[in-house]
Design a protein around this ligand. Structure first.
Ligand SMILES: *[C@@H]1O[C@H](CO)[C@@H](O)[C@H](O)[C@H]1NC(C)=O
Ligand SMILES: *[C@@H]1O[C@H](CO)[C@@H](O)[C@H](O)[C@H]1NC(C)=O
Ligand SMILES: *[C@@H]1O[C@H](CO)[C@@H](O)[C@H](O)[C@H]1NC(C)=O
Ligand SMILES: *[C@@H]1O[C@H](CO)[C@@H](O)[C@H](O)[C@H]1NC(C)=O
Length: 237
């Protein structure tokens, strides 16, 4: 009896399992996959891959721009700066080497570079107005000193042996009211007056760097003949 019952159970399972488990899944698989997916998917996937490739190419081209087209547009597309129009010979350093990203930073030959600026230190003397005019004529302006680092750099570039005076772009029209040529607000904490200066007298409305080893070397001065320091933004290509 017991063996007959189990026999019947096994038979029942054998009959029901294949009927439910094998046949319908196989027919369903064959119905759904070969008929619906293969016609759509490969094309859809290739289309998506193509779109991804196109997007990648566009991104790569966009990333390359700072090197190629941008470099040439600085010379042809963009307006050349006043400084660029004045000089033919340039000295450039690679900005990439300094980890700043793109291209070259250039100053006219014979000028000094510090940070993003170029500096012209004159060998001849002129009055204050002629000095300012000479700088603008070269696409620059009398130097505007914004930071202690810049002041330290300029001081290091000047011979200290002879007490020369170099005009900077600071002057006053009213005694004690100092103004930079480029409208940068005068900052008392970034001013480097020599000890005891400025003397604030109406005959000394111009400011010079007086060559001494100290970085505190500014002096208010008569606007008479002096050397000069001109500054312009370095040209990046
Ligand atoms: C220099 O220019 C200023 C205005 O920028 C003027 O007031 C002054 O008279 C000029 N000085 C000379 C000596 O020409
Ligand atoms: C500025 O002065 C320098 C040196 O004297 C001179 O070579 C240059 O031609 C002058 N430039 C202008 C525009 O005045
Ligand atoms: C003035 O100069 C000091 C010292 O360099 C600096 O910390 C400060 O930010 C400057 N203030 C302005 C308004 O530029
Ligand atoms: C000149 O004026 C400035 C403020 O404008 C002041 O700090 C300085 O001490 C004055 N110099 C003298 C010699 O009085």
């Amino acid at each position: 009896m017991a063996s007959e019952i189990t026999y019947a159970e096994v038979k029942f399972k054998n009959a029901s399992l294949p009927a439910v488990a094998e046949v319908p899944p196989e027919t369903k698989k064959h119905e759904h996959h070969p008929q619906k997916c293969p016609p759509w998917l490969p094309w859809l996937i290739s289309l998506l891959l193509l779109l991804v490739c196109i997007a990648l190419i566009i991104v790569l081209l966009a990333l390359q721009r700072p090197w190629g087209p941008d470099a040439s547009s600085a010379q042809s597309g963009d307006e050349p700066t006043a400084l660029q129009q004045q000089f033919l010979e340039w000295q450039c350093i690679s900005v990439v080497a300094q980890g700043k990203g793109r291209g070259w930073m250039c100053c006219p030959k014979g000028w000094k570079r510090f940070g993003k600026s170029c500096y012209y230190i004159s060998d001849d003397m002129m009055g204050r107005n002629e000095s300012a005019k000479n700088c603008t004529g070269m696409g620059s302006h009398l130097v505007v000193i914004n930071t202690e680092a810049e002041q330290v750099f300029l001081t290091s570039q000047l011979e200290v042996s002879r007490g020369k005076n170099y005009y900077i772009g600071l002057r006053s029209q009213v005694v004690g009211q100092w103004q930079w040529v480029d409208q940068t607000p005068y900052n008392e904490s970034a001013a480097f007056w020599r000890e005891g200066e400025p003397s604030n007298v109406s005959v000394e409305m111009c400011v010079v760097i007086h060559t001494t080893p100290s970085i505190h070397n500014w002096n208010d001065f008569r606007c008479e003949s002096s050397y000069r320091i001109c500054e312009a933004a370095a040209v990046t290509v």
